[in-house]
Write a protein that binds this ligand. Sequence first.
Ligand SMILES: Cc1cc2nc3c(=O)[nH]c(=O)nc-3n(C[C@H](O)[C@H](O)[C@H](O)COP(=O)(O)OP(=O)(O)OC[C@H]3O[C@@H](n4cnc5c(N)ncnc54)[C@H](O)[C@@H]3O)c2cc1C
Length: 355
Amino acid sequence: MTAACVGSYRIVENARLDARNTFGVSATASMLVEVADAAALPELFGYAMLRDGPVLVLGGGSNLLFAGNPPGTVLALGGQQVRIVEDDGPRAIVRADAGVEWHALVLWTLGRGLGGLENLALIPGTVGAAPIQNIGAYGVEVRESIHVVEAFDRMLGKVVRLDSADCAFAYRDSRFKRDPDRHVVTAVEFALRRDAAPRLDYAGLRDELLAMGNDAATLDGARPSQVAEAVCRIRRRKLPDPAVLGNAGSFFKNPVVPASQAEGLQAAHPSLPAFRGNDGTTRKLSAAWLIDACGWKGFREGDAGVAASHALVLVNHGQASGAQLLELARRIAASVHERFGVHLEPEPRIIGATW
Ligand SMILES: Cc1cc2nc3c(=O)[nH]c(=O)nc-3n(C[C@H](O)[C@H](O)[C@H](O)COP(=O)(O)OP(=O)(O)OC[C@H]3O[C@@H](n4cnc5c(N)ncnc54)[C@H](O)[C@@H]3O)c2cc1C
């Protein structure tokens, strides 16, 4: 490995990425560019290798699987600034650089009494990646709080500001995820409120707040920081910590199928959870239930496995390669399709192979 610093960026050749992905699998970038200040991006993308070659923007590596080495250049943004750019009392716009750790941002906003991100507490990764798959948890998606995404547009060769509609957010999806080679997100602005009502519709949140000693009569007035604490307690119980057991959270999206197909499946399997889609004609099925029903929970082959506590979470018990984890994921998806006729799609981005 050799490294060189040029102004606000640093270039590392043959950089190991093992500690830069939460699966903890081995991978090497032929060139890693660490960018301290996003203002350097127009200059960097003036070089042929970045302008014309493949570029992978890497955040915390918690939503990708290196099934092989990334082709081309890997770019990591380091900007760490968070600030309030507008404040009219009840509502404030918070701007955070792409390199800020997501949970640190959530804590920063809660410390200033701002609500909106509390249900998304403890999601690993960076601010820059949050809009990519429109992160969501406990009944809330980040798109509900996104005011503007600022990004370097590789096609236009300049920085653009995209509002929520421009980002075309959907369930674990956005225009960035569909067209991953176009934008490098440099900062995100969030519209947050000091008077927001807590969002407690997701199963288990109210019970957790009660277990924390809150009074049932006052739950609807719970502070955002209390909701965040409840979310953290549930997450720590349910999800393996990547620092202990390599994983990328949920490996599969919950499949969305026509309502008629969901009804047929539920008639045969009454315990299969299915949730109404926004348009009423589709249903979102529980991928965890489908995988569990095929007997995969706790499965292990070599060091590649499925978490014993959660059928959706693929885990690396130590030395599994990305290719072995991908192979296991394909077997799981094939068995679900064979038994239920439902296609599973991976949630993390697969690098170095196709799904
Ligand atoms: C234990 C665990 C729990 C999780 N729980 C959840 C959850 O509840 N909800 C949820 O939605 N996700 C969850 N995830 C997935 C993951 O944490 C999120 O998707 C997170 O936003 C990924 O951030 P990252 O910085 O690690 O992105 P990376 O994994 O580094 O990158 C993911 C994708 O975003 C792109 N990207 C990253 N940064 C940028 C940028 N600045 N500009 C352009 N593209 C960029 C990458 O190229 C890649 O395509 C979980 C993961 C783990 C390990």
